[in-house]
Design a binder for this molecule. Structure first.
Ligand SMILES: [Zn+2]
Ligand SMILES: [Zn+2]
Ligand SMILES: [Zn+2]
Ligand SMILES: [Zn+2]
Ligand SMILES: [Zn+2]
Ligand SMILES: [Zn+2]
Length: 199
């Protein structure tokens, strides 16, 4: 039998004569002795082996090659979610509050590294507007997200208004900014009027 009909060994690249004992694995043919763990070189003929990107590995080396899930500590054998420089099982990368899988969606990190879906993150961490009592959440188009802080309270940019004449106040410390008086948010002219007893 001609050697040219023979397959090439997937490991040593030499022909595998049809008369030789050979192993078919991972879409390749190997000499009996060449089918070994690519990491520790233990012979794998007749043993359980694992396919790691086309490379045969013994069970121990395969387990050792797996990343561990940051949440449950178990090896990840299927799809790896990478986030926060950690690896997670798809089923373990979940929102701390609602337990929903986050997958590839946007998420945010809490104070101690816990993970939230954006909705729950904002519910927990977003400041509440002192005027309209709604959370101050960045909109996807970036509008009306500006959080103005005044007198230790937070306001939507659009809710940051004089309590008397309701004119919108500037977040900048200028002529059109807030001139508080006795804990009230006022524009400059209402401040002056109140301070002089005209209102
Ligand atoms: Zn070989
Ligand atoms: Zn091995
Ligand atoms: Zn896990
Ligand atoms: Zn959630
Ligand atoms: Zn508001
Ligand atoms: Zn005013």
């Amino acid at each position: 039998m001609s050697v040219y009909n023979a397959e090439v060994c997937g490991f040593c690249r030499k022909p595998v004569a049809l008369s030789e004992p050979a192993i078919e694995a991972l879409n390749r043919t190997y000499h009996d002795g060449c089918f070994q763990c690519r990491s520790c070189h233990v012979p794998l003929a007749g043993k359980q082996y694992y396919n790691k990107a086309g490379i045969p590995l013994c069970e121990d080396c395969y387990q050792a090659s797996l990343e561990l899930c940051w949440a449950c500590g178990e090896a990840i054998t299927d799809h790896v979610i990478r986030a926060l420089e950690r690896a997670y099982h798809l089923s373990c990368f979940t929102c701390t509050t609602c337990k929903q899988q986050i997958g590839e969606q946007a998420f945010a990190q809490g104070e101690v590294g816990e993970v939230y879906c954006l909705q729950d993150y904002y519910r927990k961490y977003a400041p509440m507007c002192n005027a309209c009592k709604q959370l101050i959440i960045p909109k996807e188009d970036g509008t009306d997200s500006y959080n103005v802080e005044c007198l230790g309270r937070s306001y939507h940019e659009n809710c940051y208004r004089c309590e008397v004449c309701v004119i919108q106040l500037s977040p900048e410390p200028n002529e059109h900014g807030c001139y508080p008086l006795d804990g009230r948010m006022l524009c400059k002219s209402c401040h002056l009027s109140l301070a002089s007893g005209q209102l």
